[in-house]
Design a protein around this ligand. Sequence first.
Ligand code: MN
Ligand code: MN
Length: 465
Amino acid sequence: MEETKTKGQELAEELFWSAPHIAKKAPAQIEEADRFCEGYKKFLDRGKTERECVRYAVELLEENGYRPFDEKGSYGPGDKVYTVNRGKALIATTFGTESLEKGVRINGAHIDSPRLDLKPAPVYEKDELSYLKTHYYGGLRKYQWGATPLAIHGVAVRKDGTTVEICIGEKEGDPVFCITDLLPHLAGKQSERPLKEGLRGEELNLVIGSVPYQDEEVKEPFKLLALQLLHEQYQITEKDFFRAEIEIVPAVKAVDVGLDRSMIGAYGQDDRVCAYTGLMAEIETVKPAHTTVTILTDKEEIGSAGDTGLDSDYLLHYIEDLAAMEGVPVRKVLRASVCLSSDVNAAFDPTFPDVFEKRNACQINHGCVLTKYTGARGKSSSNDARAELMAQVIQIMEEEGVYWQAGEMGKVDEGGGGTIARFVARMDIETVDLGVPILSMHAPFELASKLDVLSAYKAFKVFYR
Ligand code: MN
Ligand code: MN
């Protein structure tokens, strides 16, 4: 029987729009996404800190013909360079066929994630256990970090100036560490605390040992044994923690989630999901029209502050160097440039629907998410992209069949957030947020859909085309 549509149905088809479920609309992408995400999982496992991400990214860039940027060099279309900012942030470029007067195409993601940092004097013992004191970094829900296996990652600089890389809890056979929590039988009082105080900041103490150094004369034998073991392995002393950056991160590896293996569960997907997809898009760009500027930045989770965050001028200085090479005024380059601030957004969670406004929340498996504005309480501190830029980005994605959706960070006045967008926009560069929907964002184990990861990669690729 021939199905005929009513006039109203036809009109609705013409006038309504909502982002489709990719698996329904393009089931062939399921396998493609699955394959693409194997590399992504490896990236997550290799890079649990910003320094590790930079190191692995440099490895991938070098393998693909990138060389350290030399501001006195001269480059032609298709040439590939990178520069590292203090081991913790990175910029990669493929030179375009157009003059820099036409602007550059920027894609910026961040590679720092919420975690527990060690305090400067972290080692102590209490009642026959040895511990490390932490100070949390970024917005995290402290109660989620108790009773879960944790690993120690970081660097310490010794007295002689040499830097030692520390990593315990990742290799097969490594010990792990943890923060203890109360048993329910004795948690009556603790359970009445507000959730945000389930575990308090000064309760985030990492257990690192329970056996003493064998000497009756030593005052702190448990602390001493811990320090002796660290000294044996890394030749560091208590003083070296004052010249260190050591991060406590979940000891779990990236894994498939679901019977259908449609999702990835891992620590640090905010925002390494955009770092990886952005990096892959950068690497695969051959001879673009506009010169590309792919940024993996640090410190986004604490407001982009510091010399490796985008509130510093390191990006501006890099573009100044590019402009000077071609003898173009840098403001001309900036004004003509476009930036994707690639960062994640909060995916609609069916278990907690109340905090979302469903029509304007992103949903997993509906594609990469274009976020016109972030901010909180009346878009405060938001970049709020221009309609014309939204149109431009939507057009290039649709020309290439990239699945996309719009997203807002929760209900109005429910919460909010910020990204690197405003720091790039402040340089007179048109900027919009584009990223991946995430469930359990900022938790030790975050969820992303493989189809969305693939969509973000495709979007970043067409942006550089
Ligand atoms: Mn982020
Ligand atoms: Mn974040």
